[in-house]
Design a protein around this ligand. Structure first.
Ligand code: SAM
Length: 244
């Protein structure tokens, strides 16, 4: 069973490179926050149902290789491994990776490799993976770096490989999104409001048309958009040839 591996130090990167190793908003590098995150998610999300729904969408044969970016406490990676897939799970937080690796060890799941790396710093061979998944992570990057990240994911997928992206994405129906932000805060359970307020203020969730454009530009065909839990939006995409 894997212990988290470490990638190259970020000082090897050019000075203009976005430093994704620095946590934005909530500090998931803090061990106490990892335990708090696990408790909050257990309270407000049905993680087993979410993970099963993503696996259904991917509809992969057993033994497929899945890349998960931003695994957090590892619930999806473990569910995918338990379904017979081989998973490479990335996160920039050593504390999250340790939590997830301990959990995989305890469950006797050996088909997960945990790596300390993110969207911008992971290395993979072209077409190495059958599918990719990322839930509640891409909003840590400003839009220009989201574009870089999506192109990297596209390159790492086999032609036609599926990508499930779920994240907070704002609707462009209102010309002024401030009313939307207030409405979202009101509908979030009270215990989640401080985190969600910080999310809007300090993290980089974007608008629907920008996200759809970034996915298309990276070479993804949008197969399904599910906004039933807006502002959490799920995109099922397939890796097509990128635009010239
Ligand atoms: C909100 S949690 C989501 C975790 C998990 N995917 C889930 O659905 O519960 C965000 C995770 O993304 C990680 N993260 C932040 N920036 C990242 C990046 N650039 N690349 C990969 N992971 C990142 C954080 O360390 C944290 O574990």
């Amino acid at each position: 069973m894997s212990q988290p591996k470490h990638s190259k130090p970020s000082d090897a990167l050019p000075a203009w490179q976005w430093n994704e190793m620095q946590q934005v908003g909530t500090d998931y590098a803090d061990t106490a926050e990892v335990a708090r995150y696990e408790r909050r998610m257990g309270q407000f999300r049905n993680l087993a149902a979410e993970d099963a729904a993503i696996l259904d969408l991917l509809a992969l044969p057993k033994g497929s290789r899945i890349l998960e970016i931003g695994t957090g406490t590892g619930h999806f990676a473990l569910a995918a491994a338990a379904s017979g897939h081989r998973v490479t799970a990335l996160d920039i937080s050593s504390a999250m990776l340790q939590f997830a690796a301990d959990r995989a060890n305890a469950a006797g799941l050996s088909e997960v490799e945990f790596r300390k790396a993110g969207f911008l710093t992971f290395t993979a061979a072209p077409a190495e993976f059958d599918a990719a998944v990322s839930v509640a992570v891409l909003h840590h990057l400003p839009d220009v770096w989201k574009a870089v990240a999506l192109c990297k994911i596209h390159r790492t997928l086999k032609p036609g490989g599926r990508f499930v992206l779920r994240d907070v994405v704002f609707s462009s129906n209102d010309r002024d999104p401030r009313g939307q932000f207030d409405a979202i805060i009101r509908t979030v359970p009270p215990a989640m409001r401080p985190e969600f307020t910080m999310h809007i203020a300090k993290e980089y969730s974007t608008l629907d048309w920008i996200m759809e454009g970034l996915l298309a530009r990276a070479g993804f065909a949008l197969q399904k958009i599910n906004a039933a839990q807006a502002p959490l939006v799920e995109y099922l995409c397939a890796a097509e040839r990128p635009r010239d």
